[in-house]
Design a protein. Structure first.
Length: 349
């Protein structure tokens, strides 16, 4: 009888041990066994939107094929620091073969991967808003609404036209869930970094505000979009015209005012259209930039070449460089050569 009882006890203990081992192994698999699978890649990015709750996260992970077993993921997520009620939006790098434990640790940490946002070759607010938000969660209309908000622009010292001069074309790292307002604030921080006391002093010496420097730089960049080495010379020409009280007579400002960027040859009929950007009619600088000038273009204005030229015309060899002149008669000679070449190439508009 004693022996039988002993056997029963041993059997119960063994069964208990086996059950413990089974449940322990099952728990281990749930927590540490690979559950992330990435098809044809070692890593990929998962996006948690600001509006997401836990079910949205799970559904996205499962429906997009990132996790094999959703139940085990949910179980681990619930056990680890109440992740279910503490969702952190962002862009997260997933690695093939990650366990539920690693995945939950990543998502609850908020340690997202930044995105690189690049904007250049921008002429309008609409283009800028699209380029900034192309890789961000916020919508381009949110950015556009802020750029068109007079009170918001005034907060940074601009109006709704000059606020474009706040943006310095470059590549910037952002977190994907950066809001529209946060993105613009970041640009304001970069703007302040660029405008050092030395650069402010140079602008003051030119009798130009920081926005006016950018507006002039946008014209210089439009006139010389190919060869950066010629921009200080172009800048010097326009500064000469401003100082003499001459009309700037810049063709790119005409094109911008008309809003037709397909125009390759500015004709007299174009120059007669009265827009705020028509520098053949209105003296001084236009009300805003005609593109987003690069830092090199801004520096070209601040460090302009000192000379006596007041006329320029594209070279007839289409090299992208210009012929510069001090007199109108010499300018007409250069202009005729260029116009003849345009006609020869059948560029009429």
């Amino acid at each position: 009888m004693k022996s039988m009882f002993k056997k029963i006890i041993i059997s119960i203990v063994l069964i208990g041990l086996l059950l413990c081992a089974y449940f322990g192994y099952d728990m281990y698999k749930r927590v540490y066994q690979p559950n992330v699978t990435l098809e044809h890649a070692q890593e990929d990015y998962f996006y948690i939107y600001s509006t997401y709750e836990f079910p949205d996260v799970v559904n996205d992970l499962y429906e997009k094929g990132y996790i094999i077993n959703r139940e085990s993921f949910e179980w681990v997520a619930e056990k680890k620091s109440n992740f279910k009620n503490n969702i952190k939006p962002g862009r997260y790098k997933l690695k093939d073969g990650m366990s539920n434990n690693e995945l939950v640790d990543l998502l609850r940490s908020g340690e997202q991967e930044p995105v690189k946002v690049t904007f250049n070759n921008v002429r309008t607010k609409e283009q800028l808003a699209r380029k900034i938000t192309k890789q961000l969660e916020c919508d381009s209309l949110e950015v556009l609404d802020l750029l068109n908000d007079a009170q918001f622009a005034a907060k940074y010292g601009f109006n709704t036209t000059t606020i474009l001069t706040l943006f310095l074309p470059n590549s910037y790292e952002f977190y994907w869930n950066t809001s529209a307002e946060q993105a613009i604030q970041r640009m304001a921080d970069e703007y302040k970094k660029y405008w050092t006391e030395e650069r402010k002093a140079k602008a003051k010496k030119l009798n130009l505000s920081q926005s006016e420097v950018a507006i002039l730089a946008s014209i210089v960049q439009a006139e010389q979009s190919v060869h950066g080495d010629e921009r200080p010379k172009v800048a010097g020409l326009y500064i000469n015209r401003l100082r003499k009280g001459m009309l700037l007579q810049s063709d790119p400002t005409i094109v911008y005012g008309l809003g037709d960027f397909t125009i390759r040859r500015v004709l007299n009929k174009h120059k007669e259209v009265n827009t705020p950007y028509n520098t053949y009619i209105h003296p001084g600088l236009p009300p805003g930039p005609i593109n987003l000038p690069s830092i090199k273009s801004l520096d070209a204005v601040l460090n302009y070449e000192d000379h006596d030229y007041i006329y320029m015309c594209a070279k007839e060899d289409f090299s992208g460089y210009h012929n510069f002149a001090k007199t109108y008669d010499q300018h007409r000679v250069y202009a005729r050569k260029y116009q003849n070449e345009l006609n020869k190439r059948k560029i009429y508009n």
